[in-house]
Design a protein around this ligand. Structure first.
Ligand code: ADP
Length: 476
């Protein structure tokens, strides 16, 4: 357990190195096992198969005029001794490319014996001769064979009805010198492979791990709140993508951070101004009875409302973005809902607020949140519309979707700011105007709500002639 924990803590570089080194070790061990341990059995299997196929080839060509060439060819190519004889041991063909072949020393009588033995076994005869052997068949050998060999005999019938025996002999142990050569080769290969693979493992592990280590270091800096850190975007694809993502995150964080600082400055201003007004007017009204007029009370109410909006916006956005407010979807009449919202503005008689809808549509959405979207867009339009004070809300239905557009005739928004306005705390006009008090959160709330609903939204704006904010929802 402890060891495992320890291994987990080892850096990526050494880990990759260990994997590579392990992989090489496995390959080398396999190589050794196959070359040294199994060499003999491989060799045996191959030779045994070879001798059988050679016998079959001769059997096929037994009536051919080229038999002698076939026998010679097979003998040389496979290094086997071949004898073709009849049942009396009379040899017709004899080829011996095998040094010290055991069959080459067989007498006429011996061959006849082998023939008889083969016939007795049903036409084929196979015998494996160990290193030192002594069978009567080989009484005449001059010296004991040094290596294991096999003999294989097959009785073949010629066209004319006579039978011949094909007798083959081959060694089945690799010659010692071959084994030695292989061993030396293997040792060389092992050493070279080990050095090469260790170097390669070191190189690769460094190459793979360096960018990760760099990104990790930069991320630690980012963690301390230094948002101006840049992540390396070079290297292989995943790492460069990670670098890009982190750079993007760092940029967004620093943007939010800057906007948040602005907001705190703004909010403290925004909070202080209405509070000063409320306190000021209340004091005047308390001290001077004649000042206790409905206009003054209205000012206090207006300022209190401003404060409420501000506090609500801040609360809404933090709730929405922390995901603690799930959607409660239900079917409701969107058109009716918008009409109700617009009634709240009926007191603004100097504004020309209109709503155009051909039909009532029902959507499945969170009514409260969608109302907030409409409310925020209409509020903005009222705040930013031009001197004619026109605000036009239009509902149109197409392809199973309803589109709500809110148009104003104000100054519009510069093209390069169109993307930023959806960000938290963003305000196009940084200079603080009392008439345009806002938190810079309204559109960010709109965006969060519509994103949660999966609805499309956007804005078209022409500087000088106003903006159209719109969103779409699926209808039932
Ligand atoms: P705010 O509370 O400041 O209105 P919003 O998130 O609603 O915050 O809007 C962000 C900024 O987008 C505003 O400060 C304003 O500059 C700009 N904006 C939003 N709506 C309009 C509009 N209808 N016309 C012009 N500018 C707008």
């Amino acid at each position: 357990m402890k060891l495992r924990e320890h291994f987990r803590r080892i850096g990526i570089k050494w880990r990759i190195f260990a994997y590579f080194a392990g992989f090489t070790a496995v390959i080398l061990v396999l190589l050794w096992v196959f070359q040294v341990v199994f060499l003999n059995s491989f060799y045996k299997a191959i030779k045994t198969r070879e001798i059988r196929t050679s016998a079959q080839t001769i059997a096929k060509n037994i009536d051919s005029d080229d038999l002698s060439a076939v026998v010679q060819n097979l003998s040389q190519r496979n290094q086997i001794g071949i004898i073709v004889s009849d049942q009396n041991g009379v040899t017709y063909y004899k080829e011996d490319s095998l040094p010290n072949s055991v069959i080459s020393r067989l007498s006429l009588f011996n061959l006849a014996q082998v023939y008889a033995a083969t016939e007795a076994q049903g036409g084929t005869y196979f015998e494996r001769l160990p290193r030192s052997f002594s069978t009567e068949t080989y009484q005449h050998r001059l010296e004991p064979p040094k290596i294991e060999s096999i003999i294989y005999a097959q009785i073949v019938e010629k066209k004319d009805g006579t039978n011949l025996m094909v007798l083959l002999n081959s060694t089945i142990s690799p010659i010692d010198s071959t084994v030695n050569t292989l061993r030396v080769q293997l040792i060389c290969i092992t050493v070279v492979m080990l050095i090469l693979s260790l170097l390669l493992a070191l190189f690769l592990s460094r190459k793979i791990s360096t960018p990760i280590i760099k990104i990790n270091a930069a991320a630690k800096i980012l963690g301390t709140g230094q948002y101006d850190v840049t992540f390396d975007e070079t290297g292989y694809r995943e790492i460069s993508e990670l670098g890009q993502t982190l750079n993007y995150a760092a940029k967004e964080l620093s943007k939010t951070e800057a906007l948040r600082r602005d907001l705190i400055a703004n909010i403290s201003h925004d909070l202080r101004t209405p509070l000063t007004m409320i306190t000021g007017y209340s004091e005047v009204m308390r001290d001077l009875p004649g000042e206790n007029t409905p206009e003054n009370v209205q000012i206090i109410i207006d300022e209190a409302t401003r404060l409420t909006t501000l506090v609500n916006d801040v609360l809404d956005i933090s709730k929405l973005q922390s995901g603690t407010q799930p959607l409660s979807r239900e079917d409701f009449n969107l058109t009716e809902s918008i009409r109700t919202i617009l009634q709240r503005y009926s007191k603004l008689t100097d504004y020309n607020i209109s709503f155009h809808a051909d039909e009532d549509v029902t959507v499945n959405a969170d009514e409260l949140k969608i109302s907030q979207v409409v409310y925020n867009l209409v509020n903005n339009a009222i705040t930013y519309t031009g001197k004619d004070k026109v605000v036009e809300i239009t509902q149109s239905v197409r392809d199973g979707r309803v589109k709500i557009s809110v148009r104003d005739t104000g100054e519009g928004i510069p093209q390069d700011k169109l993307n930023d306005i959806w960000d938290r705390y963003y305000k196009v006009d940084k200079e603080h105007k009392r008439a345009q008090i806002g938190t810079g959160l309204g559109l960010s709330i709109v965006k969060s709500i519509l994103d949660m609903h999966g609805g499309a939204y956007g804005v078209q704006s022409q500087e000088g002639s106003g903006s159209v904010f719109w969103f779409e929802l699926d209808i039932l």
